[in-house]
Design a protein around this ligand. Structure first.
Ligand code: SDX
Length: 428
């Protein structure tokens, strides 16, 4: 007893194998030796959607889904949300340690220097219809930035990586604000570097003719906290996409564009927008039970509920719920909060959801706050992408510098035809 290895007997051949167990895993390639004959390819694992497959070693984010634990570089998410700014947490995710005051000042100055967009980006944005979805505009504009910074493809140059990483983090709010202003035919507002990261974002979104935009400090801080909560989440769908695309040594701009495309799906980051649509369809507290009944009968899902990893309350949802009260003290209560709370109350008592361990996730309450702050639902997933670009880039850099990693190229189980031959057209 006690050896870190798996003893396997292949009943097809009677052969026995000892497979080493490391960090609670076995290497899939160690199974290749299990063959029925010398020309057999060897055993593979089969794990559609990677339900039980680790793809990398990472020291960035730790999640315990059963206990509802989330830590960035070892720090509990609620402590970071309580005590840090978003850029401070971005520094932590990228560098592994919280910054000193001097390091933070230098980092903030570097980001502020790169908030402007190349003027050609405006012409690019002008090409979109006024009602184009902001996620489509964001994804396209980020990819287009790879043509503005061709040196970004030198992914093995550490200083070059850092420059591109800083550019992307700095420019996400600017692109977002420009997408919003384009929709309304409003002039673009240039960054104001006197302001903090979130105050400047609000400035570029909402400044009109006043000489200087003044952000409500409670709303700016709430946005900072929301950005901290969304910054990284280990190997989620969009981060897996970032790592896969980046593994071909594609530049970070097109890799981020791919990751943002994955995030836009309604099962992932697109869920926050879908939650608002769901609450609009429900319409009032009294209709919640009937809506839940339909979901249990298989008609649609409770958007903002459930998670691949969390089988307990998403710790981020708990913090967002607390932040909602601060926002509503400024904006007034969003009536949809009552519907959301009733939905949560009923779902958490109902055997259907309890049995499947379905709890509110990060997307359930975030949209209600964003809407109260003045953001349109079509912008919600973009608001997810702004902070998540930090996680995507931290994970991307970890992958690029990981000696174990190479181009991502999974195998398959072939279920198609055996060899067959082309017939003349007349015979088909
Ligand atoms: C994010 O991975 C991450 O970390 C993501 C994220 C991050 O920070 O990057 O946390 C952000 O994407 C949060 C998730 C946002 N998505 C949603 O809120 C959409 C609604 N949720 C579901 O689509 C679902 O819960 C997922 C996609 C989140 C998780 O899907 P899984 O792990 O593949 O689970 P599943 O679909 O196999 O569901 C298991 C069962 C099924 O029922 P049975 O077939 O067993 O009868 O639970 C049911 C599902 O039908 N179920 C739901 C449900 N989610 C799962 N039923 C009703 N409503 C739901 N929301």
């Amino acid at each position: 007893m006690g050896h870190n290895q798996l003893s396997i007997t292949d009943q097809r051949t009677g052969a026995q194998y000892e497979i080493p167990i490391t960090d609670g895993t076995i290497r899939a390639t160690d199974l290749k030796q299990i063959k029925t004959s010398p020309d057999d390819f060897g055993l593979m694992t089969y794990d559609p959607a990677f339900l039980n497959t680790s793809s990398c070693r990472s020291s960035i984010t730790y999640i315990d889904g059963d206990k509802g634990i989330l830590r960035y570089r070892g720090y509990p998410i609620d402590e970071l949300a309580e005590n840090c700014s978003f850029l401070e947490v971005a520094y932590l995710l990228l560098n592994g340690e919280l910054p000193s005051a001097a390091q933070l000042d230098e980092w903030v100055a570097q980001v502020k220097r790169r908030t402007m967009l190349h003027e050609t980006s405006k012409k690019f944005l002008e090409g979109f219809r006024y009602d184009a979805h902001p996620m489509g505009m964001l994804i396209s504009t980020i990819a287009a930035l790879s043509t503005v910074y061709p040196e970004a493809k030198n992914v093995h140059d550490a200083a070059n990586r850092r420059k591109q990483i800083t550019r992307l983090i700095a420019k996400m709010p600017t692109i977002t604000a420009y997408c919003y202003r384009h929709h309304f035919g409003l002039p673009y507002i240039y960054p104001d570097n006197d302001l903090s990261f979130t105050e400047n974002f609000m400035n570029m979104m909402w400044k009109m003719l006043e000489p200087k935009y003044v952000a409500n400090p409670i709303l700016a801080r709430a946005l900072d906290i929301l950005f901290i909560l969304h910054a990284d989440h280990e190997q989620n769908c969009s981060t897996n996409t970032m790592r896969a695309v980046g593994s071909s040594q594609a530049d970070p701009y097109v890799s981020v564009a791919a990751a943002a495309a994955a995030l836009s799906g309604p099962l992932h980051g697109g869920a926050n927008e879908e939650v608002l649509h769901m609450l609009d369809v429900i319409g009032s507290k009294d209709n919640v039970s009937a809506y839940v009944k339909k979901v249990k009968e298989g008609h649609g899902k409770l958007m903002g509920f459930g998670h691949r990893v969390y089988k307990n309350y998403d710790p981020r949802a708990r913090i967002i719920k607390r932040t909602a009260d601060e926002v509503f003290s400024v904006t007034g209560l969003n009536p949809k909060l009552e519907i959301a709370k009733e939905l949560e109350r009923i779902a958490l008592e109902d055997e259907y959801f309890v049995k499947r361990k379905l709890y509110p996730n990060v997307d359930f309450y975030s949209g209600i706050i964003y809407e109260a702050m003045g953001f349109r639902p079509s912008l919600f997933t973009v608001l997810f992408a702004i902070p998540r670009v930090v996680g995507w880039l931290a994970q991307w850099e970890e992958m690029i510098t990981d000696p174990e990693q190479k181009i991502a190229r999974p195998r398959q189980i072939y279920t198609g035809h055996d060899e067959r031959h082309v017939m003349a057209m007349a015979e088909r």
